[in-house]
Ligand binder design. Structure first.
Ligand code: SAM
Length: 201
């Protein structure tokens, strides 16, 4: 299937005014694991074009906050969301928070970051794993104890070692391939619930 093919979820996202069909992956994850609540502070890594942030913005409501970071500019505006265009690999996230009056900790850290694919499977897998490691280290800096973490991995030999890292740090770890994932996609989402905190690792 061509990447841009206008499938069921593409059309549904457009109809419901979401920026991308990815919304339905987060929605399924949230409906299963109940991660997002009113008043929560959410860090959304790899936020563009913005559908996960749209979903989070609605779930956390006016008392909550969403900070979205992406290489690409997010062109949406939401009263409780702030977007930063930057490369997570060299961004001082703490400084960004300080400059924008957003005090950690966060209740939930999400990462839908994906590398630009090269078509060379091992390269793409290795880059995806690097982004997961980066998202996890960011979560460890800014998540509150018992907070939740979600990240996307291109399935590879790195799957089990990374799951082990998560298991050491969170009370419960699940892996899910949401229904709206394209058939040809090798992506899988980790849902890590209840961060044990700095002393728990
Ligand atoms: C699948 S898209 C995210 C879709 C988004 N969750 C949504 O619902 O609209 C993956 C995103 O990861 C971003 N990304 C990849 N590497 C990144 C990096 N090093 N720093 C920040 N963002 C990155 C890409 O620019 C891309 O927009």
């Amino acid at each position: 299937m061509a990447y841009n093919q206008k499938d069921y979820f593409f059309k549904k996202a457009k109809k419901e005014n979401y920026a991308a069909r990815s919304i339905f992956k987060l929605q399924e994850i949230d409906e299963r694991f109940h991660l997002l609540k009113s008043g929560y502070k959410v860090l959304d890594l790899g936020a563009a074009p913005g559908s996960w942030s749209q979903y989070c913005s609605q779930k956390v409501g006016p008392r909550g906050r969403v900070l979205g970071i992406d290489l690409q500019t997010v062109k949406l505006t939401m009263p409780n969301a702030l977007f930063i265009a930057a490369d997570m690999r060299d961004l001082d996230v703490g400084k960004v928070m300080e400059e924008n009056g957003i005090a950690p900790p966060f209740d939930v850290v999400l990462s839908d970051m994906a590398p630009k694919t090269t078509g060379i499977r091992v390269t793409d897998q290795a880059r995806s794993l690097e982004l997961c490691e980066l998202a996890l280290s960011t979560a460890e800096r800014f998540l509150r104890p018992r907070g939740h973490f979600v990240c996307k991995l291109f399935h590879s030999e790195g799957f089990e070692p990374f799951r082990d890292q998560l298991r050491a740090r969170f009370q419960r770890v699940e892996a899910l391939r949401p229904e709206s994932t394209r058939k040809e996609s090798k992506e899988i989402f980790f849902i890590a619930i209840g961060w044990k905190g700095p002393a728990g690792t």
